[in-house]
Design a protein around this ligand. Structure first.
Ligand SMILES: NC(=O)c1ccc[n+]([C@@H]2O[C@H](COP(=O)([O-])OP(=O)(O)OC[C@H]3O[C@@H](n4cnc5c(N)ncnc54)[C@H](OP(=O)(O)O)[C@@H]3O)[C@@H](O)[C@H]2O)c1
Length: 247
């Protein structure tokens, strides 16, 4: 299923929100496959610490200053990758926030909803569009949007299904991201770009106060699989480690 790297032309990836959690492990996994990996992160100290740790483990990692909510930052990130690599083989849109709590719909501070959508949806569109010219230069471009099964409307409306807490900012932002993924897949259907959404599963990270039951490395596996999927792989679909997730 997965495409191997070539020694002379390492594949190039950008992982957003890669300084910690699932994003860090996605970068580590791609690095272990021989990819050159851009560590997209907004905080310089945390970004450089992640780059140093990945390099110490043998990965070809490089820092990419990146705030997905900021046009100028995203434009500069695209320029940095163009100057360094000239193309991009995989973009993993991993950066995400919950929007904070509480998120009961009847009492929510609407700024929580706005913040979640700005990062988890608009940020993905902003980054994807800035990087598309570089992805188009790749022989096998892949885009992976790190979503969540809590955004699955099918699961939300299935009695007894595990759907997470009531959260009117976070869960619908992932539903929105899933819908956005489908729209990109439709527009890009006649290209060699494959774009999919993935769910890492309930993973122990800062996002949930480390209450998740999976390790970040386990959470990263599905994104790595779709970032490295071969040309006959899927597009416009939604996966976790168990297989396809219903929209
Ligand atoms: N953990 C889970 O159980 C779980 C389940 C399903 C889906 N997910 C999804 O997995 C992805 C990764 O989450 P995680 O669990 O690894 O959480 P995490 O440890 O909190 O990591 C989130 C990452 O996103 C970055 N980020 C947030 N806003 C950003 C912005 N405006 N610009 C650039 N980077 C930004 C954070 O950077 P800073 O360090 O600067 O804040 C951090 O690197 C998210 O999309 C999340 O929704 C997680």
């Amino acid at each position: 299923m997965s495409e191997t790297n070539t020694v002379n032309h390492p594949k190039v990836a950008l992982v957003t929100g890669a300084n910690k959690g699932i994003g860090y492990e996605i970068a580590a996994g791609l690095g272990a496959l021989g990819w050159s990996v851009g560590i997209g992160a907004r905080n310089e100290e945390r970004r450089e610490a992640a780059v140093d740790k990945l390099r110490a483990a043998g990965a070809d990692a490089f820092g990419v200053p990146l705030d997905v909510t900021d046009d100028a930052s995203v434009t500069a990130a695209a320029r940095l990758i163009e100057e360094r690599a000239g193309r991009l083989d995989a973009l993993v849109n991993n950066a995400g926030i919950t929007g904070g709590g509480p998120q009961e719909p009847t009492t929510v501070d609407v700024n929580r909803v706005r913040a979640a959508v700005e990062t988890n949806v608009i940020g993905v569109i902003r980054v994807t569009n800035a990087l598309l010219p570089l992805l188009r230069r790749s022989p096998a471009p892949r885009i992976v949007n790190v979503s969540s099964s809590v955004g699955s409307l099918t699961r939300q409306s299935t009695p007894g299904a595990e759907t997470g807490p009531i959260a009117v900012a976070y869960a619908p932002s992932k539903t929105f991201l899933n819908a956005v993924t489908v729209q990109y897949a439709r527009e890009l259907a006649d290209t060699n770009i494959l774009i999919n959404a993935v769910c890492p599963g309930y993973t122990a990270t800062d996002l949930n106060g480390f209450r998740g039951v999976r390790t970040p490395r386990q959470g990263a596996a599905i994104a790595i699989r779709l970032a490295t999927v071969s040309a006959d792989g899927p597009t416009g679909r939604f996966f976790d480690d168990e297989g396809e997730v219903p929209w």
